[in-house]
Write a protein that binds this ligand. Structure first.
Ligand SMILES: Cc1ncc(C[n+]2csc(CCOP(=O)(O)OP(=O)(O)O)c2C)c(N)n1
Length: 658
């Protein structure tokens, strides 16, 4: 292996050496502990250290790095105290996740490291968001994100590179091509010569780097990072390297031919660099021994600290408290000037006023800029706020939601418009696994609102009519808002944007242009977790949300004899159970109307809650009414049969007669 060290002084060379040696020595110790049964799983990066260390040392400490499971060298080169890493791996409190996540699955703002989630790909889009924040703030920073060659097969990789290229984001996409993804060799993973070749297709500059040569990694990445700081753009880097141990220790490497192992063993990045430093007289035997001893002593001392630390004592309150970021709701009332507007106008006004209220709030979505969005909700926004804040996106739901997460990590709020709520399935993974779990895992808020134009009754068929709130109400960490009236839509959207937690904001398309109401002209907020009782009566409690609230009201209008409380939930997570219980205890009968098909919807949970909390007040079994157990059909007569409007009327009468 050749090392071209021109222009690098001894200080840099010795720092590189110490930094590449440390993860190697830690790993050797971990392998011993593993054999002794003192730690669980271990993902080895032995043989790949030059990449993590070289990239980290090429970046400034204020620049974010998003490493993977084999990048211990990123963490150690950023000088995280070792006991904190050991405590993290042991699930102790001094780690970074309070025992809630394992191995390298954590982030730390202090060290500007954003760790992976198991799904590998999502962090590529998160890096886009962090880089977008740098670009919007005109900071000359670069963000580096890692993936393996296996991870490049995921859609996230394609989407993240595409978005980064279209938006010219300062991201170094670092692919560690280490020969195998678990047991899968590269020839079964992709079918092109080099992964770097794909850069051309994305309009991205790319380079192939010898990932076992720390000098080449450090010099090349330093040069490119400096260039990207001055001229923001993404670069794809393919580091050729090899995984010298099993995917994780238990899985072994029997499937790897011995010749390959031998060839790559000869290219060991630590031993070769050490030999070079010795041969050139930069490192003498005494220094070598002293450095080894110092690192080993540090490892042992910090391991003792971690082993001595008490195990975490489980406390349900602590666990529940960390699912969401605290939100200090500020009530803003502005009731003096009112105007009758449509539901859609309420959404548009609320967005516009929030864009004025939060000066760096960003909206992203397909066709939302000059075109104004599929429903024209952001019409005119570009003229007022500019294209940097009102961003047309490629059709990349996953990468854009990940980008929103990255913006949040960098301290910028954002809103993502789904063109139709149905398409959120293409961005499902980052929502339920990244946004929903970040605060619980390592205290990182996901300050993102996802707008969801949803719902049926518009003859739009199975992929433009779904109301898919149940996909999200099930997932701890998300808030779910579903207004039925313009007044609520405007105030609740303002709150959703103020709230630092991820909020799914459902907007029923059928209400957009059909429902009008007197609404304050100016900015105001409404609290989450407060249902509204929009009709009062004594015989039955009707619980609903979204367009179905209007179906319930129509039913009551047609039959004025019925004396019912009508509860419009407004937010599903948090859910206002107090209002529900109070009403059911008064009426003794409850019917829940939901637009989605029945099984697994929120009506089922509300029914169970009523049964558990109001059983003694009930005069009849709780009734759930929902759509047919089919996908939502297109033809209007089929759709009318699918939706529970008529069945509700019948079920209500049956319940009243019980
Ligand atoms: C979405 C997803 N599918 C499958 C896995 C299981 N898995 C974990 S790591 C891995 C191999 C990854 O290979 P690569 O990206 O090349 O990284 P390497 O482990 O070689 O460093 C697989 C299949 C996963 N974590 N996430």
């Amino acid at each position: 292996m050749e090392y071209h060290i021109e222009n690098l002084d001894k200080e840099v060379l010795m720092a590189l050496y110490k930094n590449i040696l440390k993860p190697r020595l830690i790993e050797e110790k971990m392998l011993i502990l593993l054999r002794q049964g003192k730690i669980g799983k271990w993902f080895s990066g032995i043989g790949q250290e030059a990449i993590a260390v070289g990239v980290t040392m090429a970046l400034n400490t204020n620049e974010y790095i998003l490493p993977m499971h084999r990048n211990l060298g990123v963490f150690t080169s950023r000088e995280i105290p070792l006991y904190r890493l050991f405590a993290q791996w042991q699930g102790k409190a001094s780690g970074f996740t309070k025992g809630r996540d394992r191995s390298f699955h954590f982030g730390t703002q202090k060290y500007k490291i954003i760790g992976m989630i198991s799904h590998l790909g999502p962090q590529l889009g998160v890096a886009d968001g962090i880089a977008l924040a740098s670009k919007l703030r005109k900071r000359h920073e670069v963000t580096a994100v890692f993936t393996g060659e296996g991870g490049t097969s995921e859609g996230d990789f394609h989407e993240a590179l595409n978005v980064a290229s279209v938006w010219q984001l300062p991201v170094l996409f670092c692919v560690e091509n280490n020969g195998y993804g678990l047991s899968t060799p590269t020839k079964e993973q992709y079918n092109c010569v080099n992964i770097a070749d794909r850069g051309l297709g994305y309009g991205i500059e790319s380079h192939i780097i010898d990932g076992n040569n720390i000098i080449e990694v450090y010099k090349k990445v330093s040069e490119l990072a400096e260039s990207v700081r001055g001229n923001p753009r993404p670069i794809l880097l393919e580091f050729k390297t090899f995984r010298m141990r099993g995917h994780e220790e238990a899985s072994g490497i029997k499937y790897v031919p011995q010749e390959l192992m031998d060839a790559w063993a000869a290219k060991d990045p630590v031993l070769n660099f050490e030999a070079f430093l010795k041969d050139t007289g930069i490192l003498n035997d005494d220094e070598h021994a002293a450095i080894q001893e110092a690192i080993k002593a540090e490892i042992n001392e910090h391991l003792d600290m971690a082993f001595m630390e008490e195990a975490i004592i489980p406390d349900k309150t602590n666990e529940l408290n960390d699912v969401y970021q605290d939100f200090d709701y500020q009530e803003i009332k502005n009731e003096n000037k009112l105007k009758k507007i449509r539901f859609i106008d309420a959404i548009s006004e609320s967005l516009k006023q929030s864009m004025e209220h939060h000066e760096d709030l960003v909206i992203m979505g397909q066709d939302i800029a000059e075109y104004g969005g599929a429903f024209k909700i952001t019409d005119g926004f570009v003229a007022q706020f500019g294209k940097e804040r009102v961003r047309n996106t490629p059709i990349c739901e996953s990468a854009i939601i990940e980008t929103a997460m990255g913006l949040s990590i960098a301290g910028i709020k954002s809103i993502v418009e789904m063109q139709f709520a149905d398409f959120v399935s293409s961005g499902f993974n980052p929502i339920v696994n990244y946004l929903a779990k970040s605060h619980y895992r390592w205290g990182q808020q996901a300050d993102v609102v996802i707008r969801m134009p949803c719902g049926g009754g518009v003859a739009a068929g199975p992929f433009h009519s779904q109301t898919n709130e149940a996909w999200f109400t099930k997932t701890p960490g998300l808030k779910v808002v579903y207004p039925a009236f313009p007044y609520d839509a405007k105030g609740l959207l303002a709150t959703a944007i103020n709230d630092p937690n991820p909020v799914l904001f459902f907007e029923h398309k059928g209400l957009y242009r059909s429902i009008r109401q007197e609404v304050p002209v100016d900015y105001y907020t409404l609290p989450f977790g407060k249902a509204s009782v929009i009709n009062e009566g004594n015989d039955v409690t009707i619980i609903s949300f979204g367009a179905a609230v209007h179906w319930a009201l129509e039913t009551l209008e047609n039959d004025p004899e019925i004396s019912a409380d009508v509860i419009d939930l407004r937010t599903l997570q948090p859910l206002d159970t107090d209002t529900i219980y109070q009403s059911v205890r008064k009426t003794g009968k409850a019917i829940i109307l939901q637009e989605d098909s029945l099984f697994g919807g929120i009506a089922s949970d509300i029914s169970a809650l009523i049964m558990e909390h109001c059983f003694q007040s009930l005069d009849a079994p709780v009734k759930r009414v929902a759509s047919l157990e089919t996908p939502i059909p297109f033809a209007s007569q089929l759709e009318a049969q699918y939706l529970p409007k008529k069945t509700f009327e019948e079920a209500l009468k049956t319940l009243l007669a019980y």
